[in-house]
Structure formats: C-alpha cells, structure tokens
Design a protein around this ligand. Structure first.
Ligand SMILES: N[C@@H](CCC(=O)N[C@@H](CS)C(=O)NCC(=O)O)C(=O)O
Length: 289
C-alpha cells in the first residue's frame, strides 16, 4: 500500500499544470500552436523537423539508408525541434504536424509541398517515393507492413508506458511499472520468437519494418534508453540481440541515430544535419547537450 491507492478521481478531470514528471512543463490537454514561429527551410528537397529520440531516429536512419544506396533525392536538412522547450507548439511546426510531435517532414519536390507526419507514415512515404526498403513481392510486402503497424501500436507501451513510469515519472510506482514491464517483456518475446526463423522482420531483406523497430527495441537491448536492460533482462532474448547487433553495425544506422540527438556522448550528437560532411565535422551548438 502507498499513497497512490488513496487517490479518488474528481468528478471532472482538471489540468494541474505542475503535476511533476519530466514533461510537466510542456504537456497540456489541448492541441494547436501557442506561439508564432516559421520553420527554417534549407536547400535540400526534404526538410525534416525532429529530435533524436527513437521516433526521430527512425526517419534519419531511413534517409541515411536511402543515401547509402545512392538515392540522391533523399538529401535532407534535419532541423532540431527541442521538445523539452516546447518548439513543437510553434505555428510553423503545427502546420506540418497538427499533433505537435516529432518527427515531421516536408517534401518540397511535389507541385505544392507535401507535409508528412507520424513516423510510420513518413517511412512508408519515403519507401514508396524511392521504391526502396519495402519488399515488392506480395508476401514479404504484407509482412513488412504488418510489422511496421505492429511497431506503431506497440512502442507507445514501451515508451509512454514502461519508459515513462520507470524513468520519467516523479516517483516509482509499482503497479504501472509492473504492468508495463510485463508488456515490454511480452513484446520482446514476440520479436525474439519471430527473429528465430527470420533474419529480418519482413524475412530475408532489411526493410522499413526493421528501421522502425530498431530505435525502440534495439536501443532497449543496447541499454541506450531507460537504463532498463538489466531490469528487463534483455540479454535473455538471443535472437533479438542478434538482430539488434547486426543492424547496429550498419554505417547508415551509425549515422542516422546521432542526427538531431542532444543526449549521450558529445561525439554521438549531431544537432543539425545539412550535409553529409556534417558527420565528420560535427560542428554544432551544444545548448541543451
Ligand atoms: N506516433 C508518433 C509519436 C511521436 C512522438 O511521440 N514524439 C515525441 C518524441 S518521441 C514528441 O514529439 N513529444 C513531444 C510532446 O509530446 O509534446 C510518431 O510515431 O511519429
């Protein structure tokens, strides 16, 4: 028993601004812009507005993979949106994503610029636009989309559920940590069993399903999110570990995972990316690092 068990919900929920927790200053129950600010536009066809969280890494890994196979149309500017400082509530950003969450992408090659939001939608858009990293045969293609949607439905339990209560909540609560640790472990078991007979999620070929999933479950295994590897005994998922390490060794993944990143070792942070040479120089401001 602890004090949470005494909580009785009010008849009508009211917003207490300072409810504690890491996101207390930016979370709010209403949508829309809170201030006017245009987004910058660089020189490349694709303009990405993001931050190097797992959802952001999906897109930068995808773009680096496309560039690695010679798709020059995938050149991009990656602008940093500092979500802890509320940049996602600027009018320019909400025009690109009315949901006020990174990542958000603008494609300036279409007759009128196209906005793309939701990381799964962005991956699918890029895969279809460039005819890459999405199998063409009916079976593997369907399997790839199955796993892409699986990830989009599952990761919020890992991030918003387990990660939030284990890492970000103002104090540790047994009930939600138990509930979401169980679900995180169940999800890892789903992946582990599937990867026993499959090299990649859609079968033999690396695809957007892996690109979507690795930043979440690969990072969990590598102890790069939530410092929960030991708690969740991630080492025991052998096939998931094999898949994680294989993907971690890809050059495009090593590049994509550091773009718009503001945490971790400084040599693993590239706050903004406007040119492939930025990875060598890593010239950046270190504010918020
Ligand atoms: N389903 C969305 C989730 C995006 C998301 O949750 N983004 C987080 C960072 S990982 C964010 O922007 N949070 C800011 C906020 O909630 O205000 C997607 O996959 O694009």
């Amino acid at each position: 028993m602890n004090e949470q068990t005494l909580y009785t919900p009010a008849k009508v929920w009211k917003w207490e601004k300072e409810n504690g927790g890491t996101f207390a200053s930016t979370n709010r129950p209403i949508a829309g812009a809170t201030f006017d600010k245009e987004l910058p536009i660089g020189t490349h066809p694709l303009q990405l507005y993001s931050m190097g969280t797992p959802n952001g890494q999906k897109v930068t890994i995808m773009l680096e993979e496309l560039l690695a196979i010679g798709v020059s149309g995938a050149e991009y500017d990656a602008w940093l949106i500092r979500i802890h400082e509320g940049d996602q509530f600027g009018s320019g950003f909400t025009d690109v994503n009315p949901n006020s969450k990174i990542p958000a992408l603008m494609d300036h090659t279409t007759d009128t610029p196209t906005r793309i939001f939701e990381s799964g939608s962005i991956l699918l858009y890029l895969a279809e636009k460039f005819d890459a990293l999405l199998p063409t045969d009916h079976g593997p293609r369907t399997e790839c989309i199955n796993w892409l949607f699986w990830l989009m439905g599952s990761a919020p339990y890992l991030g918003g559920g387990f990660g939030h209560f284990y890492n970000y909540a103002p104090f540790k609560m047994e009930y939600p940590i138990d509930r979401f640790a169980m679900e995180a472990k169940r999800q890892m078991d789903v992946l582990d069993r599937h990867l026993e007979d499959n090299r990649y999620l859609a079968g033999d070929d690396y695809s957007i399903a892996d690109i979507a999933t690795w930043p979440w479950y690969g990072s969990l295994v590598l102890n790069a999110v939530y410092e929960a590897s030991e708690f969740l005994d991630t080492a025991s998922y052998k096939n998931l570990n094999r898949w994680t390490n294989e993907i971690a060794a890809r050059e495009a993944v090593k590049r994509g995972r550091i773009v718009n990143r503001t945490r971790g070792p400084l040599d693993e942070q590239l706050h903004e990316r406007h040119d492939a040479r930025d990875f060598e120089t890593k010239t950046q401001d270190k504010i918020g690092a």
